[in-house]
Write a protein that binds this ligand. Structure first.
Ligand code: GMT
Length: 377
């Protein structure tokens, strides 16, 4: 049955915002009324759909406020949107503050019987959840939700371990927009970046936060690139970027690196790449690994969090022990030296994306959760 769904998410670049926005667009395509309640326009919301409305949360900067009350303003907005648009469900992406604000908002609303679904994305548990001061808020958000989903089995397990709980969590994997991420190559763009024919391009895309272990990426690349014609394409920006540049110089690989900066359209950059590298310390799912797979770029990933649920070791990419830069370098070298292996893994990855991560199938799983929770009211 068609529903009116409020989606709370971080609108800017970041996996959880991307997943929430793409889910909202798919739900709208399937006839649901979707209301994004967020601080700015979700950046992946690029096409007009009549049944999507964006409600912006504007925080007043009164001088009495030392800290602008974003969370309270968001909760008030949730209540307003519930009442004005007769919402059935609030779907909060990321435990804090969104799950907590969803609960506060539905309590403030005049309309009763609105269900709350919370999706855990990763750092809300694996990083923020480690902060004992935040745990009561995260627990409250989870326990007051009618259903909780996590993007991988690993994250569901870690949630229960971190919070010493036995929550019943539905695991629903991430998916990608198949009209954006599909098998493609782009030789012209290679020329733009000065990539010579025969050079193997290794790509890393992230928000350059400590959890991504950029140093391991640089060291693994430096080992593999010794005596090989290779370039490292770094996409994204974040707190570790300064250190990344310094370290690249120290390791003598600076000249081999293309710093592409923060980019919203990474499919085109994947299309000029041969190997994708993600050696995070923690990674609940690794949406970018799925994006690479869909474009036909095999990944070398660390054995962290949900990454082994996305990559099938030796089939669609390689999994190496977390922090083991030598093992990562060996796998990068193996892929660089064997184009047939890259091609074989690319084909297997494209097939696997279609089989296990079909976006329609994944949206249907969320719809089943919505049906289940709405039946309670
Ligand atoms: O660190 C990031 O990559 C951003 C972060 C976020 O919260 O937006 O991504 C998390 O959610 C993504 C979407 O579900 C997952 O694919 C990422 O694995 C997860 N990041 C981490 O767990 C570090």
């Amino acid at each position: 049955m068609k529903k009116s769904i409020g989606i709370l998410c971080y609108p800017s670049v970041g996996g959880s915002g991307v997943v929430a926005t793409e889910l909202g667009m798919k739900l709208a395509d399937r006839g649901h009324d979707v209301h994004f309640i967020t601080s700015s326009m979700p950046f992946r919301l690029t096409e007009y759909r009549p049944n999507i409305t964006v409600h912006l949360v504007e925080v007043n900067q009164y001088s009495v406020f030392k800290y602008p009350p974003y969370d309270i303003t968001l909760a008030s907005k949730v209540a307003e949107v519930i009442d004005v648009f007769d919402l059935d469900i609030i779907h909060a992406h990321y435990a804090v503050p969104h799950a907590v604000c969803a609960e506060l908002g539905r309590n403030m609303a005049k309309k009763k019987g609105v269900a709350v679904v919370t999706t855990l994305h990763g750092t809300d548990i694996t990083v923020i959840g480690q902060d004992l001061e935040m745990q009561p808020a995260i627990r409250y958000g989870i326990e007051s939700s009618d259903a909780v989903t996590a993007v991988s089995e690993s994250l569901a397990l870690e949630t229960n371990m971190t919070l010493h709980a036995e929550y019943d969590i539905d695991v629903i994997a991430n998916s990608i927009d198949e009209s954006v991420y599909y098998p493609m190559r782009d030789e012209r763009l290679k020329r733009h970046y000065g990539i010579e024919p025969g050079e193997v391009v290794v790509i890393h895309i992230s928000n350059f936060r400590p959890v991504k272990r950029i140093d391991d990426t640089l060291v693994a690349f430096a080992i593999a690139a010794n005596n090989r014609d290779m370039r490292l394409l770094l996409v994204g920006d974040g707190p570790e970027m300064g250190q990344t540049r310094r370290r690249a110089k120290e390791l003598g690989v600076y000249e081999k690196i293309i710093f592409a900066g923060k980019q919203e359209h990474v499919a085109q950059l994947l299309a000029i790449s041969d190997i994708h590298l993600l050696l995070s310390e923690k990674e609940a799912f690794g949406l970018v690994v799925l994006e690479a797979m869909a474009v036909g770029v095999p990944s070398v990933v660390s054995n962290a969090g949900g990454l082994p649920e996305v990559i099938q070791d030796g089939q669609t990419g390689f999994i190496v022990p977390t922090y083991d830069v030598k093992a990562a370098a060996e796998r990068i070298g193996q892929l660089a030296d064997t184009p047939e292996l890259r091609e074989q893994m690319a084909d297997a990855g494209i097939r696997d994306t279609r089989q296990r991560f079909d976006s329609n199938e994944i949206v249907r799983k969320y719809e089943q959760v919505y049906e289940r929770v709405c039946a309670r009211y």
